[in-house]
Design a protein around this ligand. Sequence first.
Ligand SMILES: NC(=O)c1ccc[n+]([C@@H]2O[C@H](COP(=O)([O-])OP(=O)(O)OC[C@H]3O[C@@H](n4cnc5c(N)ncnc54)[C@H](O)[C@@H]3O)[C@@H](O)[C@H]2O)c1
Length: 251
Amino acid sequence: MSDFEGLTALVTGGASGIGRATAELLAGRGARVAVLDLDPSGVDKPLLGYRADVADDTSVREAVAAAVADLGGLDVLVNNAGIGAQGTVEDNDDTEWHRVLDVNVVGMVRVARAALPHLRASAHAAVVNTCSIAATAGLPQRALYSATKGAVYSLTLAMAADHVREGIRVNCVNPGTADTPWVGRLLDAADDPAAERAALEARQPTGRLVGADEVAGAIAYLASPLSGATTGTALAVDGGMQGLRLRPVGR
Ligand SMILES: NC(=O)c1ccc[n+]([C@@H]2O[C@H](COP(=O)([O-])OP(=O)(O)OC[C@H]3O[C@@H](n4cnc5c(N)ncnc54)[C@H](O)[C@@H]3O)[C@@H](O)[C@H]2O)c1
């Protein structure tokens, strides 16, 4: 399949997990791909790696400019870099709220702002934001993280409206719990990692975690010229967690 042949893409947080799977998939389907990450040291050819912190506007502008110069333009932006936060509204102070909002929400704004002039020059411009089921379902102990992803969902709709007449499509994916290094770190920190994994798996109707490659496939669909009529949507990749209401097994 070569729907990305001749196109260029920038993937933030592309050195690990969902971002890495996405960068590799887009490259496999013909795109030239740049990865922007806090730590791009493990990024291998054919991917191009650029160090940047999405919480720092100067580093974002410099990395996007360098990536676009090396790629020779920009057709696809995958705004994927994000960090987690646990607890209720009582568990994080203002500093932590500002830090996580700064990375997960304003980070996407900074990268989009730097990328938009280049996307406007593309005949197949697409932005895909990595949102989360936490934007649309109330999950326990995720107040701050959920607030950031709710903002990403609204930002996706607003950006889709602002840029549709410029030929730039904007969509997001809403993954359920995905089997990435991030979730691996969460499981490692749990009192009983096996029980924690089993609880996360049981929360999803499919009975298993989502694969990073499955989220990458959804991102690639939304980024592809093949989905040229799709903008302002949130594509759930959550094992049915948002939409299904199952009865207990055996009843
Ligand atoms: N794993 C899940 O269960 C899950 C579920 C729903 C949504 N998501 C979202 O998917 C995205 C990727 O998550 P993942 O599980 O692949 O995580 P991950 O930790 O495996 O990868 C995240 C990458 O982002 C980079 N990054 C973090 N902060 C950055 C910053 N300030 N500037 C630049 N790069 C930065 C990291 O270096 C890392 O390479 C996040 O936006 C996350 O909120 C994940």
